[in-house]
Design a protein around this ligand. Structure first.
Ligand code: TXA
Ligand code: MG
Length: 335
């Protein structure tokens, strides 16, 4: 038995009060939590993740009524979105109140804040009575964890305790929304879709400027160690890369050009929410198998598929057939 993994919320709350780090389940991915009001504890998060100090953290609170304590201004559209989607996988970025330490916002004048819906996260937040700063519980740049075992595999005993709340149901990170003159601007696509935000707010934009507003959205992110490519037709990959040992993650059906053992089908029924739930676990699994390439079939570009393709584009950044073939050939040359 691993005594650093368990379901003891009291114990986890005590550790957080002592300034230690606890991994907590949320409905999106597991977070690496610390008391957001304790700058020393929050610094520890950056160290453990190897996270650049200019990349701010999301503050998690127990109830939507608490958001007001940490923000200086609340546009009406933000209020409407919060009423519609919190608790849930929506993060709002708003002007911050002086109560939020600089290290949480990486010195910015805005704070990202959300109310997780996972019962164990809510219990933990209520029990501590604290706001918790929590990025995804993975080393910076790697795939986010959707099970307690993923956290253990990548961060291990750098975390005081891992609260095990089972596999995350959402499977990808929250949707992050900023506001420009009251108009919601999507900074990171996620489980709450652009269509849903439009319905509630009456207007929505996707941030398309050159300046990176959410520093975690830099290219090259969410990557497994194995090179990954996002492709329209997995069958083409098999013929374009003869002799390359590869795994394929497909949306709804197997690819006939490759043995089944080398494939993971995310949702045989073609349900994009189920596919989202299983995507990161499939990437974690395939990353352990020694493939030279993981090819993932592109999702239909609607609903949560937009967020999935966005994550995969970043994970695939810099990889193409030529680089994969070259790497593979040099591997054989050196044998
Ligand atoms: O679902 C989630 O959001 C998960 C769970 C654990 O809550 N958390 C998560 O945190 O994905 P993290 O740190 O991996 O991603 C947070 C993103 C980063 O891209 C960061 O740059 C952005 O939020 N962010 C945080 N504060 C911000 C701010 N004030 N302005 C703009 N972007 C901000
Ligand atoms: Mg992250």
């Amino acid at each position: 038995m691993n005594d650093r993994i368990g379901a003891d919320v009291h114990f986890a709350a005590r550790l957080l009060h002592e300034g230690r780090l606890v991994a907590m389940p949320t409905e999106t991915v597991y977070g690496l939590a610390a008391n957001a009001l304790d700058a020393h504890a929050v610094r520890h998060i950056y160290n453990v993740k190897g996270r650049p100090s200019n990349n701010p953290l999301i503050v998690h609170v127990a109830d939507k009524e608490l958001i007001g304590q940490y923000v200086a201004e609340m546009p009406q559209t933000a209020e409407r979105l919060i009423a519609a989607f919190c608790p849930g996988p929506l993060t709002v970025v708003l002007p911050r109140a002086a109560t939020v330490p600089d290290i949480v916002t990486a010195g910015r004048d805005t704070v990202a804040i959300r109310v997780p819906a996972h019962p164990m996260a809510r219990q933990l937040l209520h029990e501590t009575g604290l706001p918790l700063a929590a990025p995804s519980a993975n080393p910076s740049g790697y795939i986010s964890p959707t099970t307690a075992a993923h956290v253990w595999d990548t961060l291990g005993d750098k975390v005081s305790y891992i609260l095990d709340g089972g596999p995350c149901t959402g499977g990808i990170e929250s949707t992050i929304v900023g506001f420009d003159g009251g108009v919601p601007v999507i900074l990171r696509h996620g489980v709450v879709t652009q269509e849903q935000i439009l319905q509630v707010a009456g207007d929505v934009r996707t941030y398309s400027g050159k300046k990176i507003l959410a520093p975690g959205m830099a290219l090259s992110h969410y990557s497994p160690r194995t090179p990954l490519m996002l492709v329209d037709d997995p069958g083409n990959v098999v013929s374009a890369l003869p002799g390359v040992y590869l795994g394929i993650i497909t949306y709804e059906s197997n690819c006939s050009a490759l043995p089944r053992e080398q494939q993971i089908v995310l949702s045989a029924a073609g349900n994009d929410e189920i596919a989202a739930k299983h995507l990161y676990a499939a990437m974690h699994d395939m990353d352990k198998r020694g493939y030279e390439l993981i090819a993932v079939k592109r999702f239909p570009d609607k609903g949560v598929g937009v967020a999935l393709n966005d994550r995969l584009e970043r994970a695939a950044h810099g990889n193409d057939y030529n680089t994969i073939l070259k790497k593979s050939n040099s591997l054989y040359d050196s044998k």
